[in-house]
Write a protein that binds this ligand. Structure first.
Ligand SMILES: Nc1nc2c(c(=O)[nH]1)N[C@H]1C(S)=C(S)[C@@H](COP(=O)(O)O)O[C@H]1N2
Ligand SMILES: [Mo]
Length: 431
C-alpha cells in the first residue's frame, strides 16, 4: 500500500488484517519489547490528519491499533445510528426505535460479518457459479441474472440466529446482540429457485452450499469465514432471492454488495453475502459454521448451563415467532395516551395475533396487525394505550403465529445463545 493513496477504509482494512505490519509499513512505527511503537514524524502527521487533530499523547499509544474514532466511524459509513458491537469483524445492530419504518432503510440494516469483506467489488464483472450436482453448471454475471430470469422485489425479514444472545444467563460466547440483529428491507433480485431449475437439479441433491468472497480473519486465503447451505426443499421456495438491489439502490458494501442471498425466516447466516458460488450436494453441507455447534441448538429442552453433547445438536431451520416495539423508545416519556407500534414475524409462518400489556402481563390488549406485504416480510402493528395515571409503566408485546406458537416471557436457554424470542419490554415514564 503506497502512503499517498491513504484513505481511512484501506487503513482500517490493513490494520484489521495485520496490525503490526500495518503499523510498520503505514506509519513507520516499530514495535519494541514493551509493545509500544513510536510514530515517526510522517506517520504521526498521517494519523493526525486522519483523526483530524494532533495527538498529544501519541507516545503512549500501543502498537498496532487504529485510532478508535477512525475505526468506528469508518466501518459504519452509510449506516445511521447503529451500535457497533465489534469492529473485527464488523458487527453492528440497530436500536429498536430506529427500526420503526415499515421497510428497513439500507442505512438501518444491521451488519453481521464473520470475516473481512472483499475490498474491491465490481458489479460489472462479478460472477456467480452454479455447480455441483446440476445438469448444466453455469457461470452468470449480474447482467445475465437480470436478462435470463424474472426480476422480483420483495420485503424480506433477515434475523441473525444469535439475535437476543446478550440476555442469556449463563452467558453464551459470541456477539452480544440485544434486539437489533433483524431487519426487513425490500430486496430486488432473481429467485434462487429459477436459477437452480435452469441449472437442472439432479435427483440426488439434498442440500445447497453457499460461498462468498469475504476473507478469513486470519488472512489465510485457503480458509473461509462462513459457508452455509439450505435443504433443497427450502432453496426451491418462492421467496429465497439472489439479490442485487436493496431498497431500490445498490446493496450496502457491508450487506453483501454486489450480490447476496436473502433467505427470509431462517437464520440469516444462510443468506450468503458477496455470493459467488452455489454448489448442489448429495449430503448436508459441511462448510465453516455449518458443523459442530454453530447455528445449532439441543434437540431437547436443557437446563441453563447444562453441558450438551455435540451429537445432540440439530441445525436451526425456521426462526421462531417474535416481535419488536419500535415506538416509543425504551425509557421515553409519554402522555397519558400514546400510540405503540412495531413489527412481528415468524419464520415460514404468519403472525396471527399481537397483544400488548401495560400492567406487567396481567391483562393484554390486541393490537391492529397488518398482513405481511408478501410472504417473508415482517408484519407491522400498532395500537393506542391509555394509562390510568402518571408513573412508570412497561409495555410488553407478544406475538402468536398461525400455528398457535406464542413468544415466551423467559428464555429457553441453549449453550450458544440462539433463538431468543422472549417478549420485548419497553419502559415508559408517563406524565
Ligand atoms: N459471505 C458472508 N455471508 C454472510 C455472513 C458472512 O460473514 N459472510 N454472515 C451471515 C450472518 S451470520 C448473518 S446474520 C447475515 C447478516 O446479514 P447482514 O450483515 O446483511 O445484516 O449474513 C450472513 N451472510
Ligand atoms: Mo448470523
Amino acid at each position: 500500500m503506497a502512503k499517498d493513496d491513504i484513505n481511512p477504509k484501506s487503513v482500517w482494512e490493513f490494520f484489521a488484517r495485520d496490525p503490526e505490519r500495518a503499523d510498520r509499513e503505514f506509519f513507520g512505527r516499530k514495535t519494541n519489547q514493551n509493545r509500544r511503537g513510536f510514530l515517526k514524524n510522517t506517520g504521526l502527521a498521517t494519523m493526525a490528519a486522519m483523526v483530524g487533530s494532533a495527538i498529544p499523547f501519541h507516545r503512549n499509544m500501543p502498537a498496532g491499533f487504529v485510532p478508535a474514532a477512525l475505526a468506528s466511524e469508518d466501518v459504519l459509513v452509510g449506516k445511521d445510528g447503529l451500535t457497533l458491537l465489534n469492529d473485527r469483524p464488523v458487527n453492528a445492530e440497530t436500536p429498536p426505535e430506529l427500526l420503526d419504518d415499515p421497510i428497513t432503510p439500507t442505512n438501518r440494516h444491521f451488519i453481521r460479518n464473520n470475516g473481512i469483506p472483499p475490498e474491491e467489488v465490481d458489479a460489472g464483472t462479478w460472477t456467480l457459479t452454479v455447480d455441483g450436482l446440476v445438469e448444466n453448471p453455469m457461470t452468470l454475471t449480474i447482467d445475465d441474472l437480470k436478462s435470463q430470469f424474472d426480476v422480483v422485489s420483495m420485503a424480506l425479514t433477515l434475523e441473525c440466529g444469535g439475535n437476543g444472545r446478550g440476555f442469556f444467563n449463563p452467558p453464551a460466547k459470541g456477539n452480544q446482540w440485544t434486539y437489533g440483529a433483524v431487519a426487513c428491507s425490500e430486496w430486488t433480485g432473481v429467485r434462487l429457485k429459477d436459477v437452480l431449475q435452469k441449472a437442472g437439479v439432479k435427483p440426488e441433491v439434498v442440500y445447497t452450499a453457499h460461498y462468498g468472497a469475504d476473507g478469513h480473519l486470519s488472512g489465510d486465503p485457503e480458509k473461509m469465514p462462513i459457508s452455509r447451505g439450505l435443504p433443497i426443499e427450502k432453496a426451491l421456495t418462492d421467496n429465497v432471492l439472489i439479490a442485487f438491489e436493496m431498497n431500490g439502490g445498490p446493496l450496502h458494501p457491508m450487506n453483501g454488495a454486489p450480490l447476496r442471498l436473502v433467505v427470509p425466516g431462517w437464520p440469516a447466516s444462510t443468506a450468503q453475502k458477496w455470493l459467488n458460488r452455489i454448489q448442489l450436494r448429495d449430503q448436508v453441507h459441511d462448510g465453516p459454521k455449518m458443523t459442530g455447534t454453530s447455528y445449532r441448538v439441543p434437540n431437547r429442552p436443557v437446563e441453563p448451563g447444562e453441558k450438551v453433547e455435540k451429537e445432540d445438536f440439530v441445525i436451526i431451520e425456521r426462526m421462531p415467532v417474535k416481535s419488536l416495539i419500535t415506538f416509543p423508545a425504551n425509557g421515553a416519556s409519554s402522555g397519558l395516551e400514546t400510540e405503540i407500534r412495531g413489527h412481528a414475524w415468524s419464520g415460514d409462518r404468519e403472525v396471527s395475533k399481537l397483544e400488548i400489556s401495560t400492567d406487567f402481563g396481567t391483562s393484554w390488549q390486541k393490537a391492529e396487525l397488518d398482513k405481511p406485504v408478501n410472504a417473508g416480510a415482517w408484519q407491522n402493528w400498532r395500537t393506542t394505550v391509555t394509562f390510568p395515571q402518571a408513573g412508570y409503566y412497561e409495555v410488553w408485546a407478544r406475538a402468536t403465529d398461525s400455528e398457535g406458537a406464542m413468544q415466551p416471557f423467559a428464555i429457553d436457554w441453549n449453550p450458544k445463545g440462539y433463538l431468543n424470542n422472549t417478549m420485548h419490554r419497553v419502559g415508559l415514564r408517563v406524565s
